[in-house]
Write a protein that binds this ligand. Structure first.
Ligand code: CA2
Length: 147
């Protein structure tokens, strides 16, 4: 029960719940954080959001340096553009869950080619914000299985 879980969120997700509710729902990121904390139970959870690519990379490095147990990441638009985030994730030795609120494969073609999926342990997409606590629980189980 000692290692932390990092839940990292990419650009614009700080505005979750305020637009396109038909795709992303009405739950805010603060509510998502509360759901993740509940799902993590006793395990330490680091929950962050940034609109800056370098900051997300730094947080993956932080997770590596502090030997975090697992990462759940919704890289948002960086999913399709950021070789740098993908490279950082590649260095993380524990389970990584790539998470999307929407089912990116059901959407327009520009949302189909994730650069993250080849380095992720698993992908959760299309379960709405309920995917977050599910991914946190899955990461907890993967960590426990490897301990
Ligand atoms: O479905 C997801 O979680 C996405 O990662 C969300 C990204 C999109 O670029 C991905 O392809 C799929 C977009 C996040 C936009 O942030 C929002 C801000 C306010 C309301 C809704 C979304």
């Amino acid at each position: 029960m000692t290692t932390a879980i990092y839940v990292l969120n990419g650009p614009n997700l700080n505005r979750l719940g305020t637009r396109e509710p038909e795709i992303y729902g009405r739950t805010t990121l603060a509510e998502v954080e509360a759901m993740c904390r509940e799902a993590a139970g006793e395990r330490r959870l680091v929950f962050r959001q940034s609109n800056k690519e370098f900051e997300l990379i730094e947080w993956v490095h932080e997770a590596i340096d502090e030997r975090a147990g697992g990462i759940v990441i919704n890289p948002a638009a960086f999913t399709f553009t950021s070789m740098a985030i993908m490279d950082a994730l590649k260095m993380f030795p524990g389970p990584i869950i790539e998470l999307h609120i929407s089912n990116i494969h059901r959407r327009e073609k520009i949302y189909h080619n994730s650069l993250m999926s080849p380095v992720a342990t698993a992908v959760v997409a299309g379960l709405g914000t309920d995917g977050y606590p599910l991914a946190v629980r899955a990461v907890c189980e993967l960590i426990a299985a490897g301990e």
